[in-house]
Design a protein around this ligand. Structure first.
Ligand SMILES: Cc1ncc(COP(=O)(O)O)c(C=O)c1O
Length: 392
């Protein structure tokens, strides 16, 4: 009898279950916002990356509907063939204006922007140095490129320098990869030092601003602005799907970089252009980011209030260092994290458990939104207090 070549799938799923690593989807009904209907029950939403509350904003919806009416649902081809619309270019110019870069290029997702840019910039003769906690899209982009990969301990610039001292001369080009806001921790990369190191060792530096765009910096341009590094030679990646409330990704940088990527990034060349609705919604979002700084002010007020209240009332919970709207507290095991997530959900709070292999240690990830009310935050902290008491 030949062995069933698919039998290993069941076994692998069993192993995932046994480790408490099994994942499944939960369904949200209705329009997204600070509260959502999760499996038929209203819960306060601390699980979303919609930091500015724009994904449910009527202006984005109207822009998306109008673009669909005008151009249709799909863009029907890749940008270099039949998919290019004036709307794409308008969005690229708006991103470049927000980021204060010469140009930008829009991809179908942030994940594809990272894969495409990294694979285009380095190859077999090159070296990638990557923060250990980088997002999956940076890690897989590095693998796709075929370059040699060295991970450095999280934000450890001394280790990074030492790796460069030892290895830089053995390779042609070198690319340093880092998240700017670390997505599952909430801390920031040491950007100014990374820029200095990149200059010292003649390396390119790619910064993923997925969780920073719209959130960090005076004008919402991201961590590059937050650290006063606007105008430095950098490769900035981002997404349109978090604070910008739409879907898609981008690379922002010099005109030469963008022109090169249009010719060499496989995940831009060989994929269908972003849909008219997503493009128009992102464009509307950038206008709001630039014209309504009060949304960002409100977000940061909410972050401060939430952090203060947690420190005062649930000091037992071990918070990970954070300088962003992402606030995590650690739990000993994946099973504990699942229990905490379920406890909160039963109490009307949506704040998911994040477990290995996504992160090295299990945690609950809380993300603040500009549209949270103080009462939402009060209810979260009250639920956490009860959880701490029950847990003992
Ligand atoms: C740091 C980081 N980079 C890239 C991405 C991918 O962006 P997108 O959802 O647009 O594919 C994400 C999250 O999804 C992220 O957290």
């Amino acid at each position: 009898m030949p062995i069933d070549p698919y039998a290993w799938l069941e076994q692998s799923l069993e192993t995932i279950h046994r480790a408490d690593w099994y994942r499944s989807v939960q369904t949200i009904d209705g329009r997204c916002g600070a509260t959502v209907l999760l499996e038929g029950r209203e819960v306060i939403n601390f699980a979303s990356n919609d930091y500015l509350g724009l994904a449910g904003d009527q202006r984005l919806i109207t822009a998306g509907v109008a673009a669909t009416q005008e151009f249709g649902t799909g863009s029907t081809g890749s940008r270099l063939l039949s998919g290019n619309r004036e709307l794409h270019r308008k969005l690229e110019k708006a991103i470049a204006s927000l980021k204060q870069t010469e140009d930008a290029l829009v991809f179908s997702s942030g994940y594809l922007a990272n894969l495409g840019a990294i694979a285009a910039l380095v190859g077999k003769r090159d070296l990638i140095l990557s923060d250990q906690y980088n997002h999956s899209s940076l890690k897989n982009g590095a693998i796709l490129s075929g370059a040699a990969i060295l991970e450095y301990p999280h934000c450890d610039v001394t280790a990074l320098r030492n790796q460069l001292i030892e290895q830089r001369q053995n390779y042609r080009r070198c690319l340093i990869l880092t998240d700017s806001v670390f997505s599952m921790d909430g801390d920031l990369c040491p950007l100014p030092t990374l820029i200095d190191i990149a200059a010292e060792f003649s390396c390119m530096l790619l910064v993923d601003e997925a969780h920073a765009t719209g959130v960090m910096g005076k004008t919402g341009a991201g961590c590059v602005e937050h650290f006063n590094c606007t105008g430095k030679q950098l490769i900035q990646i981002g997404t349109l799907s978090k604070a910008l409330g739409s879907l898609g990704g981008y690379v922002a940088g010099s005109a030469t970089l963008i022109d090169f990527l249009r010719n060499r990034a496989p995940t831009w060349i060989y994929t269908t252009a972003l849909s008219p609705a997503d493009t128009a919604a992102a464009l509307a979002a950038i206008e709001i980011v630039q014209q309504e700084p009060q949304r960002r002010t409100q977000l940061w007020e909410n972050v401060d209030y939430l952090k203060k209240l947690m420190q005062q009332q649930v000091s037992e919970l071990k918070l990970l260092p954070s300088e962003s709207p992402i606030i995590c507290f650690q739990l000993p095991t994946a099973a504990d994290a699942l229990k905490a997530g379920k406890y909160l959900k039963d109490a009307g709070i949506f704040a998911p458990a994040i477990r290995p292999p996504t992160v090295p240690t299990s945690r609950i990830r809380i993300s603040a939104m500009a549209t949270h009310q103080a009462t939402h935050i009060d209810r979260l902290v009250a639920a956490l207090q009860e959880f701490v008491m029950v847990k003992g």
